[in-house]
Design a protein. Sequence first.
Length: 584
Amino acid sequence: MFKRWGGRVPWVAISAGVIAFFYLRRLLSLIPGPDGLLGVDWMLFLPWLLDGRYGVEAGGLFNVQWFTPSFCGGIPKFPDPQDQFFSVPQFFTFFMPPIESARLTVVIFALAGFLGFYGLMRKRFGFGPSASLAGAAVFLCNGYYSGGMVAGHLAKHPFMLLPLIAYFLFGAAWGKGRFSRDAVSQIAGAAVCIAYAIWAGAVVSVPVMLFAVVGLGFFAALTDPEKRLAQFFLAFAVSVVFAIALSAAKLSASAYFAQNFSRDFYPLPGVSSVGDLATLLFHSLFGSPSVASDIPMEGRKFDLEPYEFDYGVTFVPLAVFILSSFWLKGRDGEAGSKRINWAAIAGLLLMAVTPFALNYYSPGWNHLLKMTPIIKSSSTNIRWFALYIPLISAFTAAVLDRISAKGAGWETSGVVCALAVLLATLGAGRREEQIRLYNPALTTAAFKQPAPPIQRIELSETGIGKNDLLVHGASSMRCYSSMFGYRLEKMPFKTLHEGPALEAADGVLNVKNPACYVYPKENGCAPGDHFLASETDNASLFLARKPYDFSTPWRQRAADWFTLVAWFFWVWAVVKIPKNSIKN
């Protein structure tokens, strides 16, 4: 490798280590920052992680925390799409303070994305080591992940599993053969990555991730016309269905919760000028998020901070794209003899247009989007810009792979570009500009203390850190829970007030019965109802984070069993199938 660089020195491996080390060093220096403060959205996830630890301490490791008394007088936990109890950061919080758990999670998933993308480019696309490193560096340094982690969007960490999903799917579709034992295990690998994203609360990232994987499939078919798209879509469909089966219990509970508290009441912002939208997209990917955030958007109800527009991949891919004509000629000038996969080109164009279209605004188009499932519940579609990140990363690697094939002197171009991506990321300072207001000191100190049962309902004196009241044995009356709206617009407070949680008045206690939020019909109540005074025993168990009796519909119970069976099948597919051949 790179004989001109001195024989057998593994320059790609050394460069990869340098990139990972300095990137993570900068990123971790901002979580928290030099002032000890974190991005404001950490005030949601760190208390939730601590609450998960409290729940295990009170009810045991195998007790599913359906509900929690720690916030808003009692709310759903497992049914909340953003709940992260079944996640890597929650697991680490059993052994270390929430902030340290979050930092370790950031490192692990950054490396998973970096190495996963390198393996995807190297093994599935067949690119050289240098070009593969460049693509992996672009993906690693993307602003959706790094900017999100600094801001406190911990639920975005599964996004870095995207390369692994594609890696497994490509192996299943274009590997040793359909229905082979290897293909089944590859599908199981893709399915568990998708399922993890669902269980880990990445509900807003999963649709984008799946679209991006499809885009990578189109790109793979374009670079190698021998790869049939039908095989890819078969593997993709089976993996998604398998992932849904693995997540059926979670998806069912979330659906029951969401049908009682739909999030479609927010207007869907967009840009009415195609030129302004193109400018916004350019600065989100290659320029300044601050410039992007200043572009006017129709229907914007909330101010969006610059980090909401940070999908940066640095300017390096732009410079590389200028040389794309070399890639079009192909290796050794043979590209012209290969047939063109027009279906792959059409698919890539569709992928490229989708985020742009979702963020365009016209009254009629906006009305149509507000009628579209999933999309209608969004408060912004800017996050769909993340779809471009893996596509740009893969295209960068493809161009550099063609350049590297030109001969002596060009084979190092990928390493040079990868290091340039690192330098551009370190020098941009775009993540340092984020507003940090949340102090994690309370949740860190509380980690060493026994879990306090919730005894009171209190109103926090400050909006920042209002969820931290759980460390004092209090439940914040106005907590931070986006399922009820960013300003709790849909929160049914009813008689909830400051005071003892078990205080009785007019036949009800001062604590919510959270089962009513999710399964009101089965429990004979309405969403937001309180425990009755006659239900003090159940309320006391709930406030102590112990299991209490509530009813679920048969569909939820069926989903629970379906998920259990699916996980048994997954274990069988991973452990047993590699030892036994599956015949066609």
